[in-house]
Design a protein around this ligand. Structure first.
Ligand code: SF4
Length: 224
């Protein structure tokens, strides 16, 4: 049976965060997330309201709660027709890994794109898909009650921890020690919501540890 995916938005962007900052990508946002991060800047993707269901991808574009369930082939065709410039797809959400991503990744690869994924680490839908760059931004102890899964962290190319306070770094340290992941993935610290205090803490820590600072450059540039 053909898998379908709930498209919330598709547009060409510059990756603003993490190791791939500055790379032109086609952002493909899948609808739906149960993690419940208080600072989430895509809360419109959380719920599937019946009156927000649409048929065509063109009808859901933009920051809104609308979604359209489409096949991997339909989505890849839409991207090729409308966003042929970038060489990368950025799969994000919502929480895209709550869906089995194998068909979607295969369709993008067949169309000539590489695929990057942003996930909270609480779902496993990407683990059987040959994704080219997996960024796990672990969302520990969020209101949705979802658990960050060790096997999602173990397969990450990049672990991007959002930091508001020292306890967030301590939480990451605990996981890294438990899983011995320190050499496997590139570790980024990202100040929450471009907070000045959190930025100072992140800079001090990445300098002490030899990690990487991730700033949300798109917010400084004023672009999506
Ligand atoms: S995991 Fe991402 S989409 Fe879901 S609530 Fe957290 S920040 Fe928002």
């Amino acid at each position: 049976m053909t898998t379908t995916y709930p498209i919330n938005d598709i547009y060409t962007c510059i990756q603003g965060e993490g190791v791939q900052t500055g790379v032109a990508m086609v952002l493909v946002r899948l609808h739906g997330c149960a993690v419940g991060c208080p600072w989430c800047d895509t809360k419109e993707t959380w719920e599937f309201e019946a009156d927000a269901a649409k048929t065509a991808i063109a009808d859901v574009l933009g920051a809104n709660p609308q979604y359209a369930w489409r096949s991997a082939a339909d989505i890849a065709d839409y991207v090729v027709a409308n966003h042929a410039g970038p060489k990368w797809i950025l799969l994000t959400g919502g929480e895209p890994a709550q869906y089995d991503l194998a068909e979607l990744v295969a369709a993008f690869h067949a169309a000539g794109y590489q695929v990057a994924l942003e996930t909270s680490g609480t779902e496993r839908g990407h683990l059987n898909a040959p994704i080219d760059w997996v960024c796990v931004s672990p969302k520990f102890d969020m209101p949705g009650g979802k658990t960050v899964l060790n096997d999602t962290l173990a397969q990450a190319h990049e672990i991007k921890q959002v930091v508001g306070k020292q306890a967030d770094i301590d939480r990451l340290d605990g996981v890294l020690a438990e899983l011995d992941l320190s050499a496997a993935a590139q570790i980024c610290l990202q100040p929450v919501s471009t907070s000045a205090k959190a930025t100072e803490l992140c800079i001090e820590t990445v300098q002490a540890r030899g990690w990487r600072l991730s700033v949300q450059t798109h917010k400084y540039l004023g672009v999506d």
